[in-house]
Structure formats: C-alpha cells, structure tokens
Design a protein. Structure first.
Length: 243
C-alpha cells in the first residue's frame, strides 16, 4: 500500500535532511503508529506522503509512484487529518467543508451530504453538521476535521495528533472509531496510549531516521529504547506508584 525507499527530505537546498534515508513498507489494512519526540520528522513524513514536500528517493502509494503526474490520483486515495484543525476547516459551516471535496470530485450534493451524515454518525457528532466553524470548540473542530476526511472515503487515512484537544469521552470515542475503520492508517502522535490502543505496528523516528520499527506492544513496552529517543512509557504501562 505504501513504500518508502531511501527517502530524504530537506526544507531548503543544502540544509541537513529532516528525513534521512527512510525505508519502510505499510500493507493494506495496517494501522501504524508514527512516534517520536518533537522534531523527529513525523509531520514532515505525512506532508511528504501527501505531496506537500519534495523529496529524494522513491515513494509508492497504492502501486503509484508519488510523482507530479500521479499526485491528483494519490490524493483522492488519501485522507489527511491535519494537526491544526483551523488549517483544514475553511468554509462557513461544518457541512460545507464536508461536501466540498466530494462535490469537487464529481459527487452529487445529495450523495455528498449522505456521506457526510454517515461520517458524522460514526463519530457521534451529528449535532455539528450545521454548526458554524468559528463557533465550535477546539475539540469539536477536531471531530469535524476527522469527519470531513472520513466523508471522502479514502483508502489511506493519515492522522497528525488526532487526539489533541479532545476531552476523555471524545478520546475514547476516537479510539473506538479508529479501531472500526478497516482502511490503512498512519497515526502520528505523542499520545502513546492511543497508539497502544489502536496500532499493531510502530515506526519510531528520531532525528529524521528510523530508530526502530515493529510490533507496537514490544516497542511501547521497551522503556530503555523509548528513553534513549526522548520518550516515556505510555501512562497505562507505568506502575501507579511511579506516576
């Protein structure tokens, strides 16, 4: 589904790479946690995968090389939930944002609204449909942004800090939703408990390189490995007396 081969990314020509010689594969239907401390390269990786940044090396998405000629088709297959919901919600109302993409891809307004209703129902957020974006809370904006991407029905879902700004109830709902979505998912987050609850595999980035990748349980329980890469054990794995 996704393949990186010796991928390097620099923001300016001649600068040190932000992503350095990354190689990995993600199979269809996998849910992969992308973890690492601040500046490790998580958001950069997601932006590169959606064609927002140029790169050296080879990237393949859904059997298509990530090139300018294939970018439109790859973006139709890929849904990206940005870290800052305000960068994603640009129409007056939530429903306007939700139907914008499908309608521009040729869907009828009726079918687009049906997809929007289904996405909001999955999140238990039907009440947001006709709300104005500037009048909803940060957590509600996060739910709206996720629903907007789900309404596009992509084959691959990319989440950048999806649990940020969510209260405990909505965070639990998000975990349930992520586990119910059969599509391929990459979840970039500092919320290691979220990864533990939703991902079977982890890619650990450090300084733009892959420090480790493999079974989520094994990596997230490896205190020495995490501390070496400026991370801590998930809270659920820390003995109560040590918290």
């Amino acid at each position: 589904m996704i393949r990186f081969e010796n991928v390097c990314v620099s923001y300016e020509k001649g600068d040190a790479p932000v992503l350095d010689s990354l190689s990995f594969e993600i199979k269809a239907g996998e849910s992969v946690g992308l973890i690492g401390s601040n500046g490790a390269g998580k958001s950069t990786l997601l932006k590169t995968l959606t064609g927002l940044l140029s790169y050296d090396g080879n990237i393949t998405v859904c059997n298509l090389p990530l090139t300018k000629d294939n970018l439109a088709e790859i973006r139709r297959k890929t849904g990206y939930v940005m870290q800052n919901s305000d960068n994603q919600l640009f129409m007056p109302k939530v429903i306007d944002d939700m139907i914008f993409g499908p309608v521009n891809y040729g869907e009828s307004r009726e079918n687009a609204e049906k997809s929007a209703d289904e996405a909001l129902a999955k999140l238990g957020a039907e009440y947001l449909k006709d709300r104005y974006n500037h009048k909803i809370s940060g957590g509600e904006k996060r739910l709206a942004a996720i629903a907007t991407v789900l309404a596009m029905k992509p084959e691959i879902l990319l989440f950048d800090e999806p649990s940020s700004a969510l209260d405990p109830k909505n965070r639990r709902s998000l975990i349930s939703i992520l586990n119910s979505i059969p599509e391929t998912k990459i979840i970039a987050t500092h919320d290691l408990d979220l990864v533990l609850d939703t991902c079977e595999r982890v890619i650990l980035l450090s300084g733009g390189r892959i420090a480790a990748q493999g079974n989520a349980g094994n990596i997230l329980k490896d205190k020495e490995l995490l501390e070496k890469n400026n991370l801590e054990l998930p809270l659920s794995l820390i003995p109560r007396g040590e918290i």
